[in-house]
Design a protein around this ligand. Sequence first.
Ligand SMILES: [Mg+2]
Length: 305
Amino acid sequence: MHDGTGMKKTSDKVSNRARRRFLQGSIALVYDFDGTLTPKPMQNYTVLAKLGISADEFWNEVNTEVARTGGDHMLTYMRLIVDRLRSSDEHITRDDLRRLATDIEYFPGVETWFERVNRYVELRTRGKVRVRHYLISAGLREILEGVSIRHQFRRIYASQYFFDKYDRATFPTIVINDTAKTQYLFRINKGIEDPRESINDHMPEQQRPIPFGHMLYIGDGMTDVPCMTVAKKNGGFAVAVYQPKLTKSLTTCQELARADRIDYFAPADYREGRTLERRVQVILDVMIARILFERERFALRRELD
Ligand SMILES: [Mg+2]
């Protein structure tokens, strides 16, 4: 916990640095996981597969239970997974969850996407602008810690279980639902990325390392609307992806675009030269131009000092 003086000193330090050096030279790409980077929810490839549970039946049960109790969708699925683990002969530890994550399948091109984005920005700006990738998922952190693309992310925010002394998941310790996701956009915006630190202190816009205008949120549907709205209303960008085989997924994107809740949508195909890459590059170009413009203004102001 921070006492008031500690926070003040930190913010003084930041503002002194902000005067001397341009601190807003990074772009943030923030991703949802299930349905955005992978076709199916991560539980289907991992814990449900391991327990031999039919994914369709499980998610139907979650939906029925939510309709019956009016409970939170995330808490309900997390509780039902604990129930299933308890009644199963299989003991699944945290390490098991991490290992199972290697079975996750991605949309085409996902695994090389991050390097391509980084290279694009580096070449375009001769290294003056950097890219950070973040993941905010309602899924399980224990699984995401084992995914092959984890090193691409500066931070992974996700729901989390408490594991007891027998390494059994017993209770949720962090639950990230649609609206809770937006908190993490502000963490990225303010550079207060550690969830143990308070996010609510005031911070002037010019001290925030990632202004919303340098932020792009990529999601796949209605559960991403709060994040898309926060990003866009604050001057940032939002893109939705859809699965061409699922008509519902396309109509959701069309609705989001008609309501101006997203800037673009594209098939969830991350391969080189596809629509998604092309559209994201258009947004990257706008963000790059903003940063270079602001950098130059910053240099000018320093000359005036
Ligand atoms: Mg999703």
